[in-house]
Design a binder for this molecule. Sequence first.
Ligand code: ACO
Length: 428
Amino acid sequence: MSQNTLTITDNRTGKSYEIPIKNGTIRALDLRQIKLDENDFGMMTYDPAFTNTASCTSKITFIDGDRGILMYRGYPIEELAEKSTYLETAYLILHGELPTRAQLDDWTWHITHHTFIHESIKKFLDGFHYDAHPMGMLISTVAALSTFYKDAKDIFNADSRRKQTYRLIGKMPTLSAFAYRHSLGMPLVYPDNDLSYTGNFLNMLFKTTEVKYKPNPTLEHALDVLFILHADHEQNCSANAMRSVGSSHVDPYCATAAATAALYGPLHGGANEEVLHMLREIGSVKNVPEYIKHVKAKEKLLMGFGHRVYKNYDPRAKIIKRIAYEVFEVMGRNPLIDIALECERIALEDDYFVSHKLYPNVDFYSGLIYEAMGFPISMFTVLFAIPRTAGWIAQWQELLLDAEQKISRPRQVYLGYDKRSYIPIDHR
Ligand code: ACO
């Protein structure tokens, strides 16, 4: 008998089956041969929320959640955060290799020259209420881009995919900044091609009367590092949305809008907003133990803690914590950091958090930096969506080029009524 197999005995029938094992997994479809009789549909697996199901093979991002390791295309996140730039990392994630100097120049040129958006998008933004959430505006305007670029439907054409990639990575900061300026009632600031990716984003957000906006180099660098840390995270909720929606062969703008919507939720990218709300609610260091009591009684969540995959300190949170102090040097210390540090100190010593393997995740400290940099809370998830776009596109492209993939369509276990007859309304 082959070593790389799993033998399953069905105690209902006494029959045994030998199922091949590849890459530590068995194929769910191989279970379908396990039947009670010829009329039986066959065995399925039940895995709500995909807690133990691989939906794809991937070569993009590796996470070892127990050891706190994150790598893009084999490069550790710590090295990329220290030595790379966001655009170089985005290239790596999308192409699989670090670019040569010429490739990086070409890539940067193309992204920089796709930052402008159609003037009609401004009319959509005008339709939003002054206090519309920027994520709502971003989701809608990314989807709207689909109506401007008919060539985007040509998803199996590599040139078309490349073009939409330039556009999406180039335009996400512009859409985001325009949404922000709209919410303030401020005139929109157009992209400045002399600036870096993050420098230009800061320009579009914060420029007022100066003729030429000069981004603060510390803030520009801090944002670039944050963008590297957020660029991809394998099969998380939004990447799964991108792949699932993309599997219908819709254009990448609509798929990216779906991924952005998934990111908006408070259990995913929306958590960084919730962390700030929570720290404000706690109010002072002395109130932390009381708050932790409520968390342990399961009345509240400690937002920014816990992760489906990391059962150790999230490596991104470590880097963000360090960058926070660099930002505080320039912008002043965010007083909420002391409350956050106290939450972390108590949690890391507490048996509840230790036994549940709950550690700070990427969102725990990112909001504190964003706030210190002058971003309103409502922009935090937007600051996640912009860099994650590179990861989403890489995941989408990998899906399209994977011959094993098909339209995403899970099964269900139906537990509802058997067939019954319609009852006229007067007889109910
Ligand atoms: N505070 C308190 N208890 C928690 C927390 C938390 N933040 N997170 C998980 N737990 C507890 C749960 O109550 C559960 O306890 P039990 O086993 O005694 O019932 C146990 O830990 C396992 O939690 P699950 O929710 O089953 O774990 P899951 O993998 O489904 O959820 C999630 C992961 C959603 C991230 C969760 O930890 C959470 O809600 N955290 C707070 C929100 C947050 O920070 N989200 C950002 C995640 S990072 C990202 O998406 C970018």
